[in-house]
Design a protein around this ligand. Structure first.
Ligand SMILES: Nc1ncnc2c1ncn2[C@@H]1O[C@H](COP(=O)(O)OP(=O)(O)OP(=O)(O)O)[C@@H](O)[C@H]1O
Ligand SMILES: [Mg+2]
Length: 276
């Protein structure tokens, strides 16, 4: 990835948004969107004002996972986000529903990201989560260069192939001086329903060890849980069950750590410094 020198970045804050947090990974399919929707709901149920921007313009899955089929309205040139489960949402999937693929070139991607950040009426938000597409490409770069990111969450499964790519994501954020809020280990293990036996399908603990080796905070592990998949596919993420529910509790614990770490990160580098 070609990284322009820091001095060229002008990171303009998004009015009303206190913390901008990206959820990324190196590898695809490790659970970024699942983590994003459940964290957003957990934060909202914990009392925060939350938005979720689906920045995966190639495969926008947030509408399906949040159970939304509506199209946002525009008002005086601004797009009104759709609110679901107490979370304000924007996604390319609202504008291009169905299976029609969209083909993006770099400059178009950049301009759609800017519209999503700046022409959507986000209002006052404690946290705007951004669900990134897989990899370390143009979407992440467009955000990093133009908006002050409070911190990044990197999701990985514990398998070595996912971690190999996860390390690249960590290094990319480091290179462009974005604070790492921490790593999440998803699909960490499976509890066999009949026996209660714990199976380390992808080799549990790998993301935690990688986080430690790279000096990145570890935010927590989430099991491979059929209810999590069903929650996503049915548009009712498990976090809706609340903090006391055993299947949702892991998301609430991670949400709490993310909120704590964001406060620390914001103290270290105030979000509203306009330029580097
Ligand atoms: N902890 C989990 N337990 C069970 N299923 C899960 C878990 N996490 C994610 N999944 C399932 O794995 C699939 C991939 O997850 P998801 O779409 O969130 O990954 P992603 O990293 O956003 O993918 P992409 O790179 O395509 O954006 C989905 O079907 C989701 O329901
Ligand atoms: Mg996704």
């Amino acid at each position: 990835m070609a990284t322009p020198p820091q001095a060229e970045f002008v990171r303009t804050p998004i009015p009303g948004v206190k913390n901008l947090i990206t959820v990324g990974s190196g590898k695809g399919g490790v659970g970024k969107t699942t983590v994003s929707v459940n964290l957003a709901i957990a934060m909202a149920l914990s009392g925060a004002k939350v938005g979720l921007l689906d920045a995966d313009v190639y495969g926008p899955n947030v509408p399906l996972m949040m159970g939304v089929r509506d199209t946002p309205y525009a008002q005086e040139g601004r797009i009104l986000p759709i609110e679901q489960f107490g979370v304000k949402l924007m996604s390319m999937g609202f504008l291009n529903p169905g299976d029609k693929p969209l083909i993006w070139r770099g400059p178009m991607l950049h301009s759609v990201m800017q519209q999503f950040l700046r022409q959507v009426e986000w209002g006052e938000l404690d946290y705007l989560l951004v669900d990134l597409p897989p990899g370390t490409g143009d979407v992440a770069l467009s955000l990093i260069q133009t908006a002050p990111i409070t911190g990044a969450i990197v999701v990985s499964t514990p398998s070595e192939v996912a971690l190999e790519d996860g390390r690249k994501a960590v290094l990319m954020f480091r290179q462009v001086k974005v604070e790492l809020l921490g790593m999440v280990e998803n699909m960490s293990y499976l509890i066999v329903p009949e026996t209660g036996q714990k199976l380390d399908i992808f080799g549990g603990g790998g993301a935690e060890r990688t986080a430690e080796a790279m000096d990145v905070p570890f935010l927590g592990s989430l099991p491979l849980d059929p209810q999590v998949r069903i929650g996503g596919d049915s548009g009712r993420p498990v976090a809706l069950l609340g903090a006391e529910d055993p299947q949702a509790a892991g998301f609430f614990a991670i949400a709490r750590r993310v909120m704590e770490r964001s406060a620390q990160a914001a103290r270290k580098a105030p979000t509203f410094s306009v330029e580097d």
